[in-house]
Design a protein around this ligand. Structure first.
Ligand code: GLC
Length: 434
């Protein structure tokens, strides 16, 4: 029986173990979100059941026609690995209330209906085969369970529903070996941690998986924040979760959604923003009705994976958060240890380019992809790269990374609006001398 702590003691206790539990996650940087369920057959968004007001009895028939192809989760994991992703988070049960595992608490599941398979088991096996850390998405909101709405105003219904939700998550964290992430979603209709009994539930769930990390969507801050469809850094651990098309987490018709899908360059720009500001990117794919990888995701993710093979040092691993450090406008940076990585979205055809604000001269400048040295000068706070190839050296995505290696602090002064130096020092924008 887990001895339960008060909220303050609980939050203090998990804060003490956070660095140890999150070390892999902070270095992983990049993960794949999977949204797959009965809604995938509808192909009009994972919220179709409520947005189109489909009655429960009508919606339930989707359970009979749900037919994921054999090996579907393995294809997801294979692509995630190919893309340079280090972990996956899969919807074990979305708001529709259908469990993708052999649940005793919820008979409305993929072993009793449709494929009569435990897809969570297949997902876990696939993640382990491809050496990917494992995350379970677990919706709190439930549109199928009769107490899923009554719990908001009927205390007995709430007690039953709290028990149900905890039983579901207990099954998930008991029956599938080591699980790395518990990703709660949409704590509705109750609107407090007390309503969800989160303090007791999360402590008991953590006792099942002592190394697990939990997101912030059960009305407790837990381990990391989850900005959704926007990349907004905060002063603690955070992970931006993004759809592939800005339209839907669940599958939508590929032909019509492809024009909205990210290309490799947009994915790399998101990855740069996350890495530069010390956060993670959880990029979603919504598998097709039979569990296939949506075709519009394959090429961009494969290109990103190839790019990360050659340039991963600029993206993975511990980073110095640098919201106020920049490249040259056509580039942006990440900062890791004594290296500042310039990610060039636009490569100059002039054979030369400068970047301002760096008071200290680098001891070396090189192409990250192959280590080839780059000639440079340093004058005041201006680094100028010389005799550059006319075409972008990176032929994978056209995003070339130049590594500036310093002996210590780059001495970055937010690039002065006034290029003139004052006795060798840059003006700050408020007239102060840096
Ligand atoms: C929102 C959506 C939900 C999706 C989640 C992913 O909460 O309601 O469908 O699973 O975002 O973060």
């Amino acid at each position: 029986m887990t001895k339960l702590l008060c909220k303050e003691d609980y939050l203090n206790e998990i804060a003490q173990s956070r660095d140890r539990r999150m070390a892999w996650w902070r270095e992983a940087r990049f993960g794949m979100f999977i949204h797959y369920g009965l809604y995938s057959q509808i192909g009009r968004n994972e919220w179709a059941m409520v947005l189109e007001n489909i009655p429960v009895k009508e919606y339930e028939h989707l359970a009979d026609t749900f037919a994921p192809a054999p090996g579907a989760p393995r294809e997801w994991a294979k692509l995630a690995k190919r893309a340079g992703m280090k972990y996956m988070v899969m919807t074990t049960r979305h708001h529709e209330g259908f469990s993708l595992w052999d649940s005793q608490a919820n008979p409305y599941n993929s072993v009793n209906f449709g494929p009569r398979r435990d897809l969570v088991r297949e997902f876990v096996d696939a993640c382990r085969e491809f050496d990917l850390r494992i995350g379970f998405y677990s919706s709190l909101m439930d549109w199928h369970h009769p107490d899923g709405w009554r719990c908001a105003f009927d205390s007995e219904a709430r007690r039953r529903f709290n028990r149900y939700i905890e039983d579901l998550n207990t099954e998930l964290l008991t029956n599938y070996g080591k699980i790395d992430i518990l990703w709660f979603d949409v704590a509705r209709p109750m609107e407090t941690a007390e309503g969800w009994n989160s303090l007791a539930m999360n402590q008991r769930l953590r006792a099942l998986q002592p190394d697990i990390i939990i997101n912030d969507r059960s009305y407790l801050p837990e381990d990391f924040s989850t900005p959704e469809e926007h990349i907004t850094p905060v002063d603690h651990d955070w992970e931006a979760c993004m759809t592939f098309n800005g339209i839907s987490w669940g599958y939508v018709d590929s032909t019509q959604s492809a024009p909205y899908a990210y290309n490799a360059q947009r994915i790399l720009k998101m990855l740069n923003t996350c890495a530069k500001n010390g956060g993670n990117l959880l990029l979603n794919i919504g598998p097709t009705p039979d569990g296939g990888v949506p075709p519009e995701a394959v090429a961009p993710l494969s290109t990103v994976g190839d790019w990360l093979q050659a340039n991963g040092r600029a993206a993975y691993g511990p980073m110095t958060k640098e919201a106020k450090m920049y490249g040259n406008g056509g580039s942006d940076i990440t900062h890791a240890g004594q290296s500042v990585f310039l990610w060039y979205w636009l490569w100059p055809a002039t054979g030369e380019m400068s970047v301002g604000g760096y008071m200290n001269a680098p001891k070396a400048v090189r192409l990250l992809q192959d280590g080839s040295p780059i000639e440079f000068t340093h004058d005041g706070h201006r680094i100028t790269l010389k005799n550059l190839p006319k075409a972008p050296p990176d032929q994978t995505a056209g995003v070339t990374v130049v590594e500036l290696v310093f002996d210590g602090d780059p001495g970055y002064v937010f690039a002065s609006r006034y290029p003139q130096l004052h006795g060798g020092k840059a003006y700050e924008t408020d007239g102060r001398i840096a």
